[in-house]
Design a binder for this molecule. Structure first.
Ligand code: DOR
Ligand code: ZN
Length: 362
């Protein structure tokens, strides 16, 4: 029998998109009321490539939610200088470096086409043990989209590790059994994030009974065999696997174009959804390691001092849509009313957040 209530150390989100402007104001509190530290991705309209920009972004996020810790990676480009990375790391502006293969996903057109051009940056990072966060998909149009993660591992990641064996790596948002197997057995300092949505979606869920724009993201969900491998990895207790929601909101107008923007906005339900998956796998005792311990251990950070309680009760107020924060009254041209859809898992949620408290209340 699964427990119906679970208290764990407060978790962190090791991969999230908190966006900018009104979208940022709307979505940020949904992450920060649950997660203590959040890696906020740098693929903004102007990518974050300088320590100054990272500092400014952090300030904007803290104005919205003063009591969380935003961690900002530098958006890697072929002309990124090692000195920029070292300076940003030393001052605490850059937590990590994010490698987007050029053209792989949303706002990655300024990313890296040839990773060998970044050798000096990777060497500098290796010296200071700074993590490289990788979107692991090749972008070759000849490669079938469902094979792009596997091919990235074979053609880019393995040679990159061979060239930079001391580089600390996080392979993000795994979607395939091949990637799970690679991370589990790699002979290097590597970890991986797994999203909640990839634990509950396979590719049929995106396409059956019509196309579901709010189940579509990159890397795209793969087969049921792959999903089962991801569930086994997340619930295994293996310290290499950690929570990273990759919550990536897009407004409804971006989701309802001829080409649908990739990204799933999961932050309002992510932690209960992970709990549900762990309950289904009879592995609730492994949730704390995955959500709250493996990440800080890998990144050499302290565990959070609060704890969070989840209950096996369907959420009472789980909105399907959110309206964007109102435009400030002094804006000359008010934007039209915009909203976004919250991810709805194929099996309705059975878990909800109950409370957050200090770990050892006296
Ligand atoms: O689906 C995705 N959306 N995958 C990514 O890698 C980026 C993200 C976004 O920023 O929208
Ligand atoms: Zn992402």
């Amino acid at each position: 029998m699964n427990p119906t209530s679970l208290t764990i150390t407060q978790p962190d989100d090791w991969h999230c998109h908190l966006r900018e402007g009104r979208l940022m104001k709307t979505v940020t509190p949904y992450s920060t009321e649950v997660f203590s530290r959040v890696i906020a991705m740098p693929n903004l309209s102007k990518p974050i490539t300088s320590p100054e920009h990272a500092r400014l972004y952090k300030k904007q996020l803290l104005k919205i939610s003063p009591s969380f810790t935003p961690l900002i990676p530098c958006y890697l480009q072929e002309n990124t200088l090692p000195e920029t990375i070292l300076k940003g790391h030393e001052n605490g502006d850059f937590f990590a470096v994010k490698y987007y293969p050029r053209g792989a996903t949303t706002k990655s057109h300024l990313g890296v086409a040839n990773w060998k051009a970044c050798a000096a940056v990777f060497d500098a990072m290796s010296e200071i043990n700074m993590p490289l966060l990788i979107h692991g998909e090749v972008t070759d149009p000849q490669v079938d989209i469902f094979d792009r993660e596997k091919l990235f591992i074979q053609d880019i990641l393995i040679p990159l590790i061979a060239q930079h064996p001391k580089l600390k790596i996080v392979l993000e948002h795994l979607t395939s059994a091949h990637a799970v197997n690679f991370v589990s057995h790699a002979d290097t300092e590597i970890a991986a994030t797994i999203t909640a949505h990839h634990l509950v979606l396979n590719r049929t869920h995106i396409l059956e009974h019509g196309l579901h724009p709010h189940r579509f993201c990159y890397p795209v969900a793969k087969t049921e065999y792959d999903r089962q491998a991801l569930r086994r990895a997340a619930t295994s207790g293996n310290p290499r696997f950690m929570l990273g929601t990759d919550s990536a909101p897009h407004t409804l107008d971006a989701k309802h174009q001829h080409t649908i923007s990739p990204g799933i906005f999961s932050s309002p339900i992510a932690l209960p959804l992970y709990a549900q998956v762990f309950a289904e796998e009879h592995a609730l005792d492994k949730l704390e390691a995955f959500a709250s311990i493996n990440g800080p251990q890998f990144h050499k950070l302290p565990l959070n001092t609060k704890s969070i309680t989840l209950k096996a009760i369907p959420p009472q107020d789980n909105p399907s849509y959110l309206s964007l924060s109102e435009t400030p009254a002094n804006t000359k041209k008010p934007k039209p009313h915009l909203s976004l859809a919250v991810f709805q898992p194929p099996i309705p949620l059975q878990w909800s957040l109950s409370s957050i408290q200090n770990k050892n209340p006296s």
